[in-house]
Design a binder for this molecule. Structure first.
Ligand SMILES: Nc1nc2c(ncn2[C@@H]2O[C@H](COP(=O)(O)OP(=O)(O)O)[C@@H](O)[C@H]2O)c(=O)[nH]1
Ligand SMILES: [Mg+2]
Length: 252
C-alpha cells in the first residue's frame, strides 16, 4: 500500500461552472493528491464537462452516481469507500463552489498527522464567514449551538463540510448503517468519530459564499438536519421511524 497519498473528493450537483477552475486549482495546491468528483449525475453535465477538460490528467477522476438516490451524504459515503479501496492515507472533502478555499488544504492535511478528524472551522479562533446573508449566518450559528446542546459534543463547527479524515476515521465512519442522506451526514460523522474516541481538531477557515451556481439547501435536507441530533442522542436509526421518513419524502 502506498502510505502517504491523499484523495480530495468534491460532492457535486450542477456545478458545471465551478468545477474547471476548482479542479485546476486543487491539482496545483495539492501536488501529491488525487482529485475525484462525486457527481450525482448532474443534469447540467458537470461530469462529462470535467472529464473532457481533464481527460489527460491521471490524478483526476469522476465517481458518477447513476440510478441511485442522490444526496450529499450518500455521495461522500461512496467517496470514503473509494479512498479506502484505493489505499489512500487520508481524504479531504470540500464543496465545489469555492466556499472552501483550496489553499487551506495543506493546513488540514498537516493537522491530520495529529488528529484523525480535522474540521475546517468557521467558529474557532481565527475562523470566519464572508459575505453570507444574515439569514444563512444565523442559521449556521444556530445549527451549531443546537447540535452541541443536544449531542453534548464540544466541536465548534460540526456542520462544516471542509474536512480531512485519516483512514482510521474513514473506517469508523463507515461502520454500521449511515443514516444521513444530506448535509445532516456531517453532524452524524462528527458524532460517530467522537463516540469512537477519535481525536478531532479544528483548523480555522474563512468561508465565503458561492458566486456562481445555486445552493441546494432544501426543506428536506433542513428537516433531516433538525432531526439528526435527536436521532444520534437517542440512538434512533433510519428504518425505525417509518412515519418520519414518509413525511420527509413528502416535503422533499
Ligand atoms: N453529489 C452531490 N452533491 C451535492 C448534492 N447536493 C449538494 N451537493 C454539493 O454539495 C456542496 C455543498 O452544496 P451547496 O449547494 O453549496 O450548499 P450550501 O453551501 O449549504 O448552500 C456543493 O459542492 C454541491 O454541489 C447532492 O445531492 N449530491
Ligand atoms: Mg455552498
Amino acid at each position: 500500500m502506498n502510505t502517504d497519498r491523499t484523495l480530495i473528493v468534491i460532492p457535486t450537483y450542477n456545478e458545471r461552472e465551478n468545477v474547471p477552475r476548482l479542479v485546476a486549482e486543487l491539482l496545483e495546491v495539492a501536488p501529491g493528491a488525487d482529485v475525484c468528483l462525486l457527481d450525482d449525475d448532474s443534469p447540467d453535465g458537470t461530469a462529462e464537462h470535467a472529464r473532457g477538460l481533464f481527460a489527460s490528467e491521471p490524478r483526476f477522476s469522476v465517481l458518477r452516481r447513476r440510478g441511485v438516490p442522490r444526496g450529499y451524504g450518500r455521495s461522500l459515503v461512496d467517496g470514503y469507500r473509494r479512498a479506502l479501496g484505493g489505499g489512500y492515507a487520508r481524504l479531504v472533502q470540500l464543496d465545489a463552489d469555492f466556499s472552501h478555499d483550496p489553499r487551506r488544504i495543506p493546513a488540514l492535511v498537516e493537522a491530520s498527522r495529529a488528529a484523525d478528524v480535522v474540521i475546517g472551522s468557521r467558529y474557532c479562533e481565527g475562523g470566519g464567514v464572508e459575505n453570507w446573508p444574515v439569514r444563512r449566518r444565523l442559521l449556521s450559528r444556530f445549527a451549531n449551538r443546537y447540535v452541541a446542546c443536544i449531542t453534548g459534543m464540544g466541536v465548534r463547527d460540526a456542520t462544516s463540510g471542509f474536512r480531512c479524515y485519516t483512514r482510521r476515521a474513514l473506517r469508523a465512519l463507515l461502520e454500521g448503517r449511515v443514516a444521513g442522506e444530506g448535509y445532516a451526514f456531517l453532524v452524524e460523522a462528527t458524532y460517530r468519530a467522537s463516540r469512537a474516541g477519535l481525536p478531532i481538531a479544528e483548523v480555522p477557515i474563512t468561508f465565503t459564499d458561492r458566486r456562481v451556481g445555486q445552493s441546494k439547501m432544501s426543506r428536506k435536507v433542513i428537516l433531516e438536519s433538525v432531526l439528526m441530533p435527536w436521532r444520534l442522542r437517542f440512538g434512533r436509526r433510519k428504518g425505525e421511524g417509518g412515519r418520519m421518513k414518509e413525511r420527509m419524502k413528502a416535503e422533499g
